[in-house]
Design a protein around this ligand. Sequence first.
Ligand code: IMP
Ligand code: MG
Length: 175
Amino acid sequence: MKKIEKGKPQLFISARQIRKRIDELANQINEDYRDRIPIFIGVLNGAFIFLSDLIREIKINCEIDFMKLSSYGDQKITSGQVKMIKELNCDVKGRDVIIVEDIVDTGLSIKFINKLIKKGKPRSVKIATLLYKTGISKLDFKVDYIGFEIDNKFVVGYGLDFAQKYRNLKDVYVL
Ligand code: IMP
Ligand code: MG
C-alpha cells in the first residue's frame, strides 16, 4: 500500500499574492509580444491553473497547446527520468513559443521540454514558471518569467500536487 505523508499543509503563497504576480507577468508578456502571436505550451498537469489564470490576462492574440510529462510518479523525490505522455499537437516551426510550467525544481523536465521544442525550429522560446527553486536547478539557459523564487520546500496547491492530491487548493502550501 502506498504511504501518504500526514501533516497539515502550511500556507505559503496566498491566492491574492499569486493573482498580483500573474498580473505583473502578463503585463510583461503583453509588452514583450506586442506584435507577435505566441503559442503558450502548458505542461500538464501542474501548470493547468497557472496557465488558465495567466492566459486570461493576455491581451494580445495567442494560441494554446499542452504537453504532458511524467517524472515523479507519486514520489516527492524525482526519479530522474522524464517520459513524454502527451505530445504537442501544434507545429512550432517559425513560431514564438512560451513554455508554461508550474515549478522548476531540478530543472530536468524543463531541460527536456526546451530541447524538444527547439527541435521543431521555433522562432523563439521563452519559459514561464510560477515557482522556481533557487539553488536547486542547474540550467544552462534562462527562465524568462518567474512568479516566485522559493527555497527547497515541497509545495502543493494551485495546480501542484503530492500524489495527485491538493491541486484544487487556491493558495500554495508547504507540505
Ligand atoms: P524538475 O524536473 O525536477 O524541475 O521537476 C519538475 C516537475 O516536478 C514539476 O513540473 C512538478 O510537476 C514536479 N515538482 C517539483 N517540485 C515540486 C513541488 O515542490 N511540489 C509539487 N510538484 C513538484
Ligand atoms: Mg509539472
